[in-house]
Write a protein that binds this ligand. Structure first.
Ligand SMILES: Cc1cc2nc3c(=O)[nH]c(=O)nc-3n(C[C@H](O)[C@H](O)[C@H](O)COP(=O)(O)OP(=O)(O)OC[C@H]3O[C@@H](n4cnc5c(N)ncnc54)[C@H](O)[C@@H]3O)c2cc1C
Length: 401
């Protein structure tokens, strides 16, 4: 077991850091901190990331991907400001789903523009009445004569107000209105217009989180995606990667808060010496550093389990939940080191606290993640009272038995 990054991983990390400093931070600085990015800023940010293969990280080289491991992907994503990172992973995960579930014809027709970020995509699963339980969706694809029509309302969706295409999870009611088979359709905005808008939130305020309404939206029959493994199965696979990466977004915020707290502790003086020379301030900084390091290592470990072929579902859930909780507490402690200054909008550390809170919700709330992990530990499905077939080997070895 070697915890050091390889030379290649250091190169990838440093390349992304340079790209962020050169391309992304100036974009975010020139745009107001408290409102959603305009489309041109957003698109420029994602295109910069496309140059490093980050819009298609899960695709093999033969399909236009960078051919990297998921651990490497996580190391790179940790460096990207999460307000862009959340949009990027929504785009990239949609690319991966389309590749995994689409036909050869759909891949050839749709993927090249998406990989280059010439077109921006997202995945719409959540609805006003359906969040944690995606099997309960109501959006329906129906047939009317020779036309396919989509009706439904999707909410809390990354990128939706500014995207060019959406992978919409819906019920296939083309032949039978009572059918509950979950499928996906690609809604291309130029040919299938729909209403969408951004929603204001407490954190990630420059980001794009919104809702979309489909009312008799015409769907190109070539854009129906029916996965052999089923849409729910494909979602599970992508969650094993998404969740540790969301955990690494929390690490990104806590790392920045840690650096701000250390800098402040070295110059701010009370009782005749720098506050960093007081024992309890040192303990607080030690707690913050411990949260950052333990969260980072757990997320890396979960991604490495994906690279080794899994099972990684429980680990991924554990990593995101732990990292979000630990890093939210760490940002809070770092704010305390700044005293009243920590509460001022001028110091900007309070924005990190609002931002890290946002990470607790997407791709599984903390409660849902605990139940996913608990299912792996016990073999009992808490969601619907069903018992799963068996406990996984990884789960037993993790517990030391
Ligand atoms: C920044 C951000 C980005 C997002 N991006 C996307 C996206 O791109 N695409 C998309 O489809 N969605 C996206 N979402 C939506 C997100 O996936 C959902 O908000 C999430 O799944 C939770 O659903 P909900 O908000 O409806 O909460 P609910 O499911 O209604 O849950 C409400 C509360 O009940 C708890 N709860 C629910 N069920 C249980 C249970 N069985 N046991 C214990 N507690 C339970 C939850 O933990 C939560 O605390 C995003 C959300 C955010 C904040």
């Amino acid at each position: 077991m070697d915890f050091a990054l390889t030379a290649d991983q250091e190169l990838m990390r440093d390349t992304v850091r340079r790209l962020v400093a050169r391309e992304i931070e100036p974009l975010l600085r020139e745009h107001g901190a408290k409102r959603a990015m305009p489309r041109n800023v957003f698109v420029r940010g994602l295109r910069a990331c496309a140059e490093l293969g980050l819009t298609a990280a899960r695709l093999p080289e033969s399909a236009g991907g960078p051919g990297i491991k998921m651990l490497d992907y996580g190391i790179m994503m940790e460096q990207i400001p999460p307000v862009i990172g959340v949009s990027l992973i929504a785009h990239e995960a949609s690319t991966a789903r389309l590749y995994a579930e689409g036909t050869d014809e759909q891949r050839k027709r749709l993927l090249p523009d998406i990989i280059s970020a010439g077109k921006i995509v997202c995945t719409d699963s959540t609805e006003p009445d359906t969040g944690s339980d995606p099997r309960n969706i109501k959006t329906r694809l129906t047939r009317s004569g020779d036309r396919l029509l989509l009706n439904g309302w999707k909410m809390w969706i990354s990128n939706v107000a500014e995207c060019d295409a959406i992978l919409v999870t819906c019920l296939d009611c083309r032949e039978d209105a009572a059918s509950n088979k979950v499928i996906k359709v690609v809604v291309e905005r130029d040919r299938s217009p729909f209403e969408a808008r951004n929603i204001d939130t407490i954190g990630l305020q420059q980001g794009l989180l919104g809702e979309a309404v489909f009312e008799e939206t015409p769907i190109d029959p070539r854009n129906v995606v029916i996965s052999a493994s089923g849409a729910t199965e494909a979602l599970k696979t992508s969650w094993a990667v998404n969740r540790p990466i969301f955990g690494l977004f929390a690490v990104h915020f806590a790392q920045r808060a840690y650096e701000m707290a250390v800098e402040y502790a070295l110059v701010r003086r009370q009782f005749g010496k720098p506050i960093g020379a007081h024992q309890l301030v040192q303990k607080n900084l030690s707690d913050v550093a411990t949260a950052v390091m333990s969260s980072r290592l757990l997320c890396y470990y979960a991604l490495s389990a994906v690279d080794q072929g899994g099972p990684a579902e429980g680990l991924a859930a554990m990593a995101k939940r732990y990292a979000q909780n630990a890093c939210q507490e760490a940002v809070w402690q770092a704010m305390n080191v700044l005293g009243a200054m920590g509460l001022s909008t001028e110091a900007k550390i309070e924005a990190l606290y609002r931002d890290v809170r946002m990470i607790a919700i997407p791709d599984g709330t903390n409660e849902i993640l605990a139940l996913i992990h608990g299912r792996e530990i016990t073999g009992f499905e808490a969601f619907r009272g069903l018992v799963t077939a068996s406990r996984s080997r990884r789960s037993r070895s993790e517990s030391g038995r």
